[in-house]
Design a protein around this ligand. Sequence first.
Ligand code: FES
Length: 209
Amino acid sequence: MSGYFRPELRQRAEELVTLYPRRRSATIPLLHLVQEQDGYVSEAGIEAVAALTETTPAEVRGTASFYDMFHLEPVGRYLVGVCTNIACLLAGGEEMLEHAERVLGCAPGGTSSDGLFTLEESECLADCNLAPCVQVNYRYVRARTPDEFDALVGELCEGRRDQDIPPHGTHSRVKRQVTLRAAKDEVAAERTRQRDARAQRDAAREETT
Ligand code: FES
C-alpha cells in the first residue's frame, strides 16, 4: 500500500490490521478509509487494501461490491438517498424522489451535471416515524417537503452544511485520538469488570422487587 493512503489515514490503516486475529478481517474498515480518502472505492484503494490484508484485489472488490455503502464508481460530494419503502411511500416518498430528480437533474443512480450530487432511491432508512425520509451522506436531514428539500440543496451548494454533512466517504467526523490497540489482558479485565457490574445491578434489582 506504500504511498496510497495519505499520512493520517495510513497510520490508522496500519493500526486497523493489528486489531484482528486475521488481517483480512480488517477489510471493511479499511474500505471505509479508502472511501474517505477518494470519495469512493477506487482501484488504487482496492489494491492497497489487498496488500494490507494479504488478500487479492478480486477478493477485496468482491467484498466491497456486496455492500450498498461502498461505491465502486465515483459519486458526488453529496449522496442523496430518498426512501420509497412502505412508510415513506405512504407519506409521499415517491413524490419526493421525483422532486429530487427534477431539482438535481439526474435519475436515481445518476450524478448531477456539476458533480455535486448523486441521487439514490433507498430502502427503509429506519426513520419511518418522520417519513418521508431523506439522507445525505447517510446523515438524517429531515427534509420532508419539497420546500425543505430545496432549502437543503441550497445550503449544501453554498457549503453551509459542511459542519454536519462532511463529503461522501467520511464515515465519522470525530476521530479516535488514541491508538486502537488494546492489550488482551486489558480487554479481559474490562470484560470481567462489566460482568461484575451487571451482576451487581441484577442483584440490586432483585432486592427492590
Ligand atoms: S420506510 Fe422510509 S424510513 Fe422506513
